[in-house]
Design a protein. Structure first.
Length: 254
């Protein structure tokens, strides 16, 4: 009887050890699956962000949109000229709308002397994408997953390089320099649902920061006001991607 009891006790220990091993293996398998799922989800999210930014640039380069962009009410034409140097034209790329750009739904952002943060309401604030807005679809598609905000700014790099954006051309008077007009287009795409930040904080990054910060000398910005949009988003751990393309608006010689 004693020999039988010891055998039963040993079998119980073996079973418990096997159950413990199975639990450990199961836990590791679940953890590995969650890690793999997280990697796949992050990869899909990054791909979706990039695709939406690419879609914005595709619309910028479409011939019919480009022709409209160069007019006085277009995304390039409106801020062309010395008076608008260092200003950013900002608008939300709303994929469900037929018009890529509408001056009535755009905003201007700029730094002004004596200010401690950028002025963002020269044309109103309808141009900024908004997570907290109670009405209006600011997303690029009906899936309501990604927002893409576009900023347009004429580069001031030419001030540091007298030959920047110059091209040779000829006319009846001989050879001369003809100056191109360099313009930068920024596309910032975000996924608000993947962030733990409040809607107000996400909106603050979009509507109170420039994509390329330029300000008059001698001013002291408020804390954090000098951050670019991407720096603000990164600081708050908001998933985003930023793409920048520079175009040269050139005059053709006949």
């Amino acid at each position: 009887m004693r020999h039988y009891s010891s055998q039963r006790g040993a079998a119980l220990i073996v079973v418990m050890i096997m159950l413990l091993v199975i639990m450990i293996i199961g836990t590791l398998a679940v953890r590995q699956s969650l890690i793999s799922l997280g990697i796949a989800t992050n990869g899909q999210a990054q791909q979706l962000l990039i695709q939406n930014s690419d879609s914005a640039f595709f619309n910028v380069e479409r011939e019919d949109n480009l022709i409209q962009s160069l007019t006085a009410s277009g995304m390039f034409g409106y801020i062309n000229g010395a008076a608008n140097k260092d200003k950013e034209m900002v608008f939300c790329f709303r994929g469900e709308e037929s018009a890529f750009f509408d001056i009535n739904r755009a905003s201007l952002m700029m730094w002004e002397a004596g200010k401690t943060q950028p002025t963002n309401d020269a044309l109103g604030k309808d141009g900024y994408c908004s997570v907290s807005a109670s009405s209006g679809n600011f997303f690029t598609s009906g899936r309501r997953a990604v927002m893409t905000q576009v900023s347009v700014k004429f580069s001031s790099q030419s001030e540091n390089d007298p030959f920047y954006a110059m091209q040779y051309g000829t006319d009846s008077n001989g050879v001369k320099f003809e100056k191109n007009k360099p313009v930068k287009v920024f596309a910032v795409s975000i996924m608000p649902t993947f962030s733990s930040e409040s809607s107000a904080d996400i909106d603050e990054c979009l509507n109170s920061h420039m994509s390329e910060v330029t300000m008059p000398s001698g001013i002291t910005p408020a804390t954090g006001a000098k951050d670019s949009v991407t720096e603000c988003l990164a600081r708050r751990n908001i998933p985003f991607t930023t793409q920048v393309t520079e175009y040269l608006i050139a005059q053709d010689f006949v």
